[in-house]
Design a protein around this ligand. Structure first.
Ligand code: COA
Length: 175
């Protein structure tokens, strides 16, 4: 286990996660504001295999599986990117299985991931980059103590049109 919250266990990805992970990412509603268009079984296998040699706290992205304590089932994932140039700075990402949306799971995962990053990994500042049309993602970040610091207008060519980018952040020691 890497960390836990009231309803979730955050742990390393393993081979048993391939099927639900691919089902989650291949869902068009899940992919709407994410970088991928499609996600195949081979993509899922390669993604999980690559994580076997990585560890949380190392520079670059590390993706963590989320398991629902009550059912033991895969509930989603969250990711932490430690910046190369200063390893006290990090960015996060997160995805929840669609059947579990709007029950506070992302809020819970983001808050627990932030506690882990600040407490165990000694991170100073965590950011998240969100399409502002992704209302539930913005809301979950705010509920988990993140503040919107910037809105970059039409700053990304995204799936056929210009998209805004909202940057949220939470500090280890709020000023
Ligand atoms: C974004 C995502 C992780 C949110 O997960 P979640 O578990 O549903 O989030 P939570 O339940 O913790 O919080 C969602 C909040 O948004 C609210 N919300 C959802 N849709 C909304 C809408 N259209 N308008 C206003 N509020 C909305 C919910 O009511 C909830 O707030 P509340 O608890 O105050 O009622 C999930 O939708 C997801 O996996 N999306 C696909 C991947 C993705 O976009 N990831 C984020 C990339 S930045």
């Amino acid at each position: 286990m890497i960390f836990e919250s009231k309803r979730l266990i955050a742990r390393r990805f393993g081979p048993r996660d391939v099927e639900p992970f691919v089902a989650m990412r291949a869902d068009p509603e899940v992919a709407r504001y994410q970088s991928w268009e499609t996600f195949t079984l081979d993509d899922g296998r390669a993604f999980i295999a690559a994580l076997a040699n990585a560890n949380p706290g190392e520079p670059g992205w590390y993706q963590i599986a989320l398991e629902d304590k009550a059912s033991g089932q895969f509930a989603g994932d969250c990711g932490l990117k430690i910046m190369e140039h200063d390893q006290r700075l990090a960015q996060i990402g997160y995805t929840i299985m669609r059947r579990l949306w709007n029950r506070g799971y992302a809020t819970e995962a983001i808050a627990a991931l932030a506690d882990y990053a600040f407490g165990t990994l000694n991170i100073h500042r965590i950011t998240a980059s969100v399409d502002p049309r992704n209302v539930s993602s913005c809301r979950a970040l705010e509920k988990a103590g993140f503040q919107r610091e910037a809105l970059f207008r039409q700053s990304e060519w995204f799936k056929g049109s210009w998209a805004d980018d909202a940057v949220y952040a939470r500090l280890r020691n709020p000023v």
